[in-house]
Design a protein around this ligand. Structure first.
Ligand SMILES: [Zn+2]
Length: 424
C-alpha cells in the first residue's frame, strides 16, 4: 500500500530559489507542450503522445539553458500530467452530455493555481534521514519532523502554498496493519446542527471552523481590498489571507480524518446517506454551513479507509424518507418534514423518536436491507464479523495511496489532485 507523508520544508535561500525555478520550468514545459498539442489537434486532428513530447523536450533543453539546471524528473512528470489531462479530456468527450466535466486541459497560471512539481526515485536520488530530505539537484533539505516516515520512497511532490510555505509530500510504499474485525454496524445521519448523529445516539458536534474564523477572514479581506495594487502591503495581505484559509483547511481535515478513522475502527458496516451536496449548496442560506461541513470529503475518507480495513460503507439514496419514518413501526409522519421538529411521538406506535437518531437508525436498516438484497438474501439481522466479505462489492472506491498527513486516498482523488496540481 502507498502512503504519503506531508512535511513542511525549511529550504535555504538557494534551495528556495531553485525550487521556484523548478516549479516555473515544470509549468513552462506543461504550457509549451499543451499549446503544441492544441495546435496539432485543431490543424490536423492529431495528438502528440508522451514519447514524442519527451523527444522534443530533449531538443528544447539545448535551446533553453534553465531547463538543464532543474530536476529532469519534474519536467518529465509535467509531460506525463499533460498526457493524463489529455486522456481525461478525450475520455470525457465520449461520455453523455450531463456527465461531462473535464474540458480541454487548461494552461497553468503563475498565480492562483497550485504551484508544484513531482520528482521520482531513481538510484537513491531521494533519501530521508532524520529531519532531512535529499532531493535531486537540491541536495539535503531540512524539514519540520512531526512523524516517522516509514517505507520505501516512490516519489515526492513539492508544493509552494499560497502563503509561501514549501510542503513535500513523500509517497512511500508501506505495509498497512489492518484493524481487528468488529461486529458493530452503524448508521450515520449527517447534519448541520450536529456534524453527525449515529444510530447509537452519539452526537458529534460540528466544529464550523469556517464560521469561527469568519471575523479573521473578514478583517484580512478588508485589508487586502484596501491595499494598493502592486504594493508590498498587498503581498502581505494576500499571504495573511492565504494563511487563514490554510489553517481552516488543516483543522477541518484533521477533524475529518480523526472522525472517519475512529468510525472505521469501531464498526464493520457503516450506512450513510448519499447527499447531493452540489444541489444543496445552491441554497445560499445553507451553503456556508454545508461547504464548511465538507460531507463529500468525509464520505470519501470513509470509503477508502473501509477498503483498507475490510469494512463496508453503504450509501442510501436521498429519496429515502429517513427522517419521517418511525424506526419502530415504519409509520411515515409527514409532519417531520418541518426541520424545526427535533423530537416526536409516533402517532401509530407511540414510540418517542429523537429526530436525528431515528433517521440514523433508518439509514442503518435501509443500508443493511440493500446489502442483503445485493448478496442475494442473506440475513443481516446478525451480521457476523466474517459477513462483510460477502458484501465486498458494496464498498466503493479503490484506494492505493494516501495524501499528506499520512492518510490514504482513493485513486480518483489522487488523479484529481495530480490533474489539479498540473505539474505535480
Ligand atoms: Zn411508530
Amino acid at each position: 500500500m502507498q502512503k504519503a507523508f506531508k512535511v513542511t520544508l525549511i529550504p535555504s535561500h538557494n534551495q528556495e530559489v531553485l525550487i521556484n525555478k523548478t516549479i516555473g520550468c515544470a509549468r513552462f514545459v506543461y504550457n509549451r507542450f499543451l499549446a503544441l498539442r492544441q495546435e496539432l489537434y485543431t490543424t490536423e486532428q492529431k495528438t502528440l503522445n508522451y514519447n514524442a513530447c519527451s523527444q522534443q523536450l530533449t531538443l528544447l533543453k539545448k535551446e533553453i539553458e534553465c531547463l538543464k539546471q532543474v530536476d529532469k524528473f519534474a519536467l518529465q512528470n509535467s509531460l506525463k500530467n499533460l498526457e493524463i489531462a489529455d486522456k481525461n479530456f478525450f475520455a470525457d468527450l465520449k461520455k453523455s452530455k450531463n456527465k461531462k466535466g473535464v474540458g480541454f486541459p487548461k494552461f497553468k497560471k503563475k498565480h492562483g493555481c497550485k504551484q508544484s512539481y513531482k520528482t521520482n526515485l531513481t538510484n537513491g536520488n531521494i533519501q530521508v534521514i532524520e529531519n532531512r530530505l535529499k532531493l535531486p539537484k537540491l541536495g539535503w533539505v531540512k524539514f519540520h519532523k512531526s512523524q516517522d516516515i516509514a517505507g520505501h520512497v516512490v516519489n515526492v511532490t513539492i508544493t509552494r502554498t499560497s502563503s509561501g510555505k514549501y510542503i513535500a509530500s513523500i509517497l512511500c510504499e508501506t505495509e498497512l496493519e489492518k484493524y481487528p474485525q468488529v461486529t458493530r454496524n452503524i448508521g450515520l445521519d449527517l447534519g448541520i446542527k450536529s456534524y453527525l448523529v449515529t444510530s447509537d445516539g452519539e452526537v458529534v458536534d460540528n466544529p464550523k471552523y469556517y464560521r469561527t474564523q469568519k471575523r479573521k477572514l473578514r478583517k484580512a479581506n478588508k485589508k487586502l481590498s484596501r491595499s494598493v495594487k502592486g504594493s508590498n502591503n498587498r503581498v502581505k495581505a494576500k499571504i495573511k489571507l492565504a494563511q487563514i484559509y490554510e489553517r481552516i483547511t488543516n483543522l477541518r481535515d484533521e477533524f475529518l480524518h480523526k472522525l472517519s478513522t475512529r468510525l472505521i475502527k469501531e464498526n464493520s458496516i457503516i450506512c450513510i446517506e448519499y447527499l447531493r451536496v452540489a444541489n444543496m449548496v445552491k441554497n445560499h442560506k445553507l451553503a456556508l454551513s454545508i461547504t464548511d461541513a465538507s460531507w463529500s470529503k468525509f464520505t470519501t475518507m470513509l470509503e477508502y479507509k473501509a477498503i483498507w480495513h475490510d469494512r463496508i460503507v453503504q450509501k442510501i439514496g436521498t429519496f429515502y424518507p429517513s427522517s419521517q419514518t418511525c424506526n419502530s413501526c415504519g409509520f411515515i409522519n409527514p409532519l417531520v418534514k418541518d426541520l424545526k421538529l427535533r423530537e416526536w411521538t409516533c402517532p401509530s406506535c407511540s414510540n418517542y423518536n429523537l429526530r436525528d437518531k431515528n433517521a440514523a437508525l433508518n439509514i442503518l436498516s435501509e443500508g443493511l436491507r440493500i446489502l442483503t438484497a445485493k448478496s442475494g438474501g442473506i440475513n443481516t439481522a446478525g451480521v457476523s464479523p466474517a459477513t462483510p466479505r460477502l458484501f465486498k462489492t458494496a464498498a466503493v472506491g479503490a484506494p492505493d495511496a494516501i495524501t499528506a498527513c499520512g492518510e490514504l486516498v482513493s485513486p480518483e482523488v489522487i488523479q484529481a489532485q495530480i490533474v489539479e496540481a498540473g505539474i505535480a
